[in-house]
Design a protein around this ligand. Structure first.
Ligand code: 4NP
Length: 153
């Protein structure tokens, strides 16, 4: 079982979108049983709140199923629970390390570090562009899945 935690600042826009995009990708490839996938925030700002309407609208447009996700904050104990802890941008990675302590097992990086063009995923809370968020997240999740599939062999 490969355990993946997607992380952004608020856990209402980017990381829950990544959670449901990734769940959809693994399901479509018949790998549902091989993965445990969740998402969390670095900040406490949105704890308990549901996903942003922009994220919900994009998931619905792309016909990606989603559950009743509410925001939670990453905790130090998550470091032992997950194999991969994937931030959306450098600032997330810095805050993840601040919360979990040292990244001794190199579990923490950005989602798009797995793509051919490593980069941050802009925050749609500010950009209001959930289309770009989605294409970036899909690119990252596809690249990450290909990486993991090679590791599984
Ligand atoms: P997210 O977006 O990190 O992609 O979930 C944000 C959500 C909420 C806030 C900032 C970014 N906020 O400041 O409350």
């Amino acid at each position: 079982m490969i355990k993946v935690l997607f992380v952004c600042l608020g856990n209402i826009c980017r990381s829950p979108m990544a959670e449901f995009v990734m769940k959809d990708l693994v399901k479509k490839q018949g790998l549902e049983q091989e993965f445990y996938i969740e998402s969390a925030a670095t900040s406490s700002e949105e704890i308990g709140n549901g996903m942003h309407q922009g994220t919900i609208a994009k998931l619905e447009q792309m016909q990606i199923p989603y559950g009743n996700k509410t925001a939670r904050q990453i905790a130090k104990a998550d470091y032992e629970k997950f194999d991969y802890i994937l931030g959306m941008e450098n600032r997330n990675v810095q805050n993840i390390v601040r919360i979990i302590g040292q990244d001794r097992e190199a579990k923490v990086c950005r989602l798009l570090d797995f793509s051919k063009h490593p980069r941050d995923i802009a925050d749609p809370w500010y950009t209001e562009n959930f289309d770009v968020t989605y294409t970036d997240i899909l690119e990252g999740c596809q690249a990450f899945l290909e990486f993991v599939k090679k590791e599984m062999k």
